[in-house]
Design a protein around this ligand. Structure first.
Ligand code: SAM
Length: 201
């Protein structure tokens, strides 16, 4: 059973790998992409980075002064480890993460359940597509806001040489329990990459 591969509410039995300690599901988020969120969305109360990896996103969130809980399924040197978000019961005012790509749907379901105020996921913009997601997520609990990046995010495995620009479009998907029904589409102004650089903190 692969705990990082969750589709339609079930774990996918797979032989593809035992753990993804060095695998494709671990991509630390460059600091500027997290700054774009916290400079455009207000968060009240505590935060939880529930798939924190090496703390790349948590360290930016901590700069807001909020109490931040950091956890991950694996020990990547930051926060609590051995915590499977998909099995969690801990409630937080705000949940913010860049989830493992293969479990994004499961993270949406769980994050909506465990967040009191705002639930924010950094996802591929193409997450908006798909028959299954339309049926299970977007027709039932669409995000309140989708923040499209005008600059491309490039994800590098930890320690890799940083060069070039990404080819995949990403967005922050924000479910805000206090917002009126419906989805607002917004665009980040360019400039975050230049202001904060390509690196993690
Ligand atoms: C794409 S990385 C992002 C790391 C971090 N959120 C960031 O933005 O820098 C996804 C992380 O999800 C973790 N993960 C995978 N499955 C998980 C699960 N079921 N519960 C909690 N964390 C999980 C992986 O170990 C990995 O660190």
């Amino acid at each position: 059973m692969d705990k990082t591969y969750n589709i339609n509410g079930g774990y996918k039995p797979t032989l593809k790998r035992n753990a993804d300690l060095d695998g494709p599901d671990f991509f630390p988020t460059p600091a500027w992409a997290t700054y774009a969120l916290i400079e455009n969305e207000e968060f009240k109360g505590d935060m939880w980075e529930c798939a924190c990896g090496n703390g790349a996103m948590s360290k930016v969130l901590e700069r807001t002064g909020a109490k931040v809980r950091s956890s991950d399924l694996y020990d990547r040197g930051y926060g609590d480890f051995g915590v499977d978000f998909l099995e969690e019961k801990y409630i937080s005012n705000n949940i913010i993460t860049n989830p493992p790509y293969n479990s994004a749907e499961g993270f949406v379901r769980k994050g909506l359940e465990l967040s009191r105020n705002k639930f924010s996921l950094l996802l591929r913009l193409a997450f908006l597509e798909g028959i299954n997601r339309q049926k299970t997520i977007f027709s039932k609990q669409p995000p309140s806001r989708v923040w499209v990046f005008s600059e491309r995010i490039t994800f590098y495995p930890e320690g890799a040489e940083i060069k070039g620009s990404g080819t995949t479009a990403y967005a922050w998907f924000v479910w805000d329990k206090d917002a009126p029904a419906g989805t607002e589409l917004k665009w980040f102004e360019p400039g975050y990459k230049e202001k904060y650089g390509q690196n993690q903190l």
